[in-house]
Design a protein around this ligand. Structure first.
Ligand code: ADP
Length: 189
């Protein structure tokens, strides 16, 4: 099957990127590369990356671009990432997006589809407080939403100007959102 299999998911915290990405990853047998999960794991293990990232993650701030660049460079070169991937939580800044373009061209690769999951703030807050992850206190959630609008939202323009950008209303039942993403992936057939 030659459907689109190199996907970038982005959107505010709580938009449902992780949930959708996990499902599609299983179904399409492509790795789900969630930088937040990778960083939390690194923190739990207290690896070098984990130690560098910890203070930022705990405050809801962005971890420095260099740390993420290294992490993504390594991850995209793993054997399981050669036939596709879903990037969830990266890129999150313009610098990261430019780095990703450059990295993919170095690797003779590219992305197929950018999916922006759009959900209103008041719904996000409700969802995130309900989720109860360790970095999901009301204060860090507010900070992560601010960070999204101040540092990540400019990626909407960056990717919208190109082909293969899809904005999806994430404030709908999960299966409807999944279906819309799958339909877009089929366009790669
Ligand atoms: P959420 O879905 O709530 O945004 P994530 O699990 O994606 O949460 O990210 C959790 C935290 O990990 C972020 O608040 C940030 O500190 C760090 N992080 C994840 N991805 C990146 C990235 N691409 N750049 C910088 N920091 C990141």
């Amino acid at each position: 099957m030659t459907q689109y299999s190199r996907l970038i998911f982005f959107g505010p915290p709580g938009a449902g990127k992780g949930t959708q990405a996990k499902m599609l990853s299983k179904e399409c047998e492509i790795p789900h590369i969630a930088t937040g999960d990778i960083l939390r794991e690194a923190i739990a293990q207290q690896t070098e990356v984990g130690q560098k990232a910890q203070a930022y993650v705990e405050k809801g701030e962005l971890v420095p671009d260099e740390v993420l660049a290294e992490l993504i460079r390594n991850r995209l070169q793993q054997p399981d990432a050669q036939s596709g991937w879903i990037l969830d939580g990266f890129p999150r800044t313009l610098k990261q997006a430019q780095f990703l373009d450059q990295l993919l061209s170095e690797l003779n690769s590219s992305y197929d589809l950018v999916i922006y999951l759009d959900v209103p703030d008041e719904i996000l807050m409700e969802r995130l407080l309900g989720r109860g992850r360790q970095d999901d206190t009301e204060e860090t959630i507010r900070r992560r939403l601010d960070v999204f609008y101040n540092q990540t939202a400019e990626l909407i323009d960056f990717y919208q100007q190109r082909n293969h950008f899809l904005q999806i209303n994430g404030n709908r039942p999960l299966p409807e959102v999944t279906q819309q993403i799958k339909t877009a992936m089929q366009e790669g057939n």
